[in-house]
Design a protein around this ligand. Structure first.
Ligand SMILES: C[S@@+](CC[C@H](N)C(=O)[O-])C[C@H]1O[C@@H](n2cnc3c(N)ncnc32)[C@H](O)[C@@H]1O
Length: 300
């Protein structure tokens, strides 16, 4: 049976990310772990990530009266940004619950969210976005998933849960990674080749990146799946041109690291995280060429 150890992957990713960005996650206010939206020339990595989360905020029309479930919330940077953007325009904060499967991310999220600023308007829960039965039906006005649904086992299970949890008229927003229609997938190949033969070919990389093969779908397939679940007013926008600059940015960062310009505080044992991370990121960079990065909105 395939195991997708996403929590282990993201513990590693966070350690490596921290080293690459020369920042202690417990000290940093914005500890993003996404590709970013490079929509303005000359912006830095964190600003690109702010812009990506900002697009979800605008797409979902978040406001102070909202009760938002932010799944795959990482270190809570999106929860705080959504809250701060609302506060800046309305002087009130929405109720936000951030849920994440990686205990270390939830730990950092809790430490970085100052109760003197946010009161009890943001809470974090360590858990799986496909198992949300601790929440009642119709509990949330908004559900957001920033660059994480492709990891869920499965995305479809999460979409069903999101639909159950949203109030009628509530909105789901996602930044998600799909595949281009020309990309070979297990689903396509099984129609031509014996399944026993091809399953391992697709499962290996899928396990490596903690992305179930069932999640390799195109925008058309996602649209159909959202409709079947009952969502309406669905929009799926491809933003590949604005996410692609991440690859150049990443390569530059990695080159600096490989030239030995590591932060002085980096303990030697952390090198293993960087190597594991580099292997995974290099692989990701290749697979991103086959991917469709999309912004999704759907209403219950
Ligand atoms: C690419 S990171 C994005 C993190 C955050 N949204 C951000 O933009 O900084 C993917 C996140 O999804 C989380 N994740 C993966 N599978 C999950 C699941 N089944 N349930 C909840 N969180 C999950 C990972 O732990 C990780 O924090």
């Amino acid at each position: 049976m395939t195991t997708y150890n996403v929590s282990e992957l993201y513990t590693e990713v966070l350690d490596a990310w921290t080293i690459l960005y020369d920042r202690d996650p417990a000290q940093s206010e914005r500890q993003w772990i996404n590709i970013g939206l490079w929509d303005t020339p000359g912006i830095d990595y964190e600003t690109a990530c702010d812009h990506l989360a900002g697009r979800l905020y605008e797409l979902g029309r978040f406001h102070g009266g909202d009760t938002i479930l932010d799944v795959g919330c990482g270190t809570g940077t999106s929860c705080r940004l959504f809250s701060d953007l609302t506060f800046a325009s309305e002087h009130s904060r929405p109720q936000i619950i951030g849920i994440n499967i990686t205990p270390k991310h939830i730990d950092i999220a809790s430490r970085l969210t100052d109760p003197a600023v946010y009161g009890d308007s943001i809470q974090y829960i360590q858990g799986d976005a496909t198992r949300l039965n601790m929440f009642d039906t119709d509990r949330f006005t908004k559900v957001s998933a920033l660059e994480c649904a492709f990891h869920f086992n499965t995305r479809e299970a999460f979409l069903n849960e999101a639909f159950r949890l949203l109030r009628p008229g509530g909105t789901l927003v996602m930044a998600d990674i799909l595949i281009k229609p020309i990309t070979p997938t297990f689903d396509k190949w099984r129609k031509v080749f014996p399944e026993k033969l091809i399953r391992p070919i697709f499962e290996k990389p899928s396990e490596y990146m903690a992305m179930p093969i069932e999640n390799q779908i195109t925008a058309t397939q996602l649209q159909r799946s959202l409709e079947n679940i009952g969502f309406e007013r669905i929009s799926i926008e491809t933003i590949n041109a604005q996410t692609k600059p991440f690859q150049r940015h990443y390569k530059k960062k990695m080159k600096t690291y490989l030239r030995g310009q590591r932060p002085e505080w980096m303990p030697p044992y952390d090198k293993k995280h960087i190597s594991a991370f580099k292997r995974k990121m290099d692989f990701t960079a290749i697979t991103l060429n086959l991917a469709d990065y999309v912004l999704v909105k759907a209403v219950k």
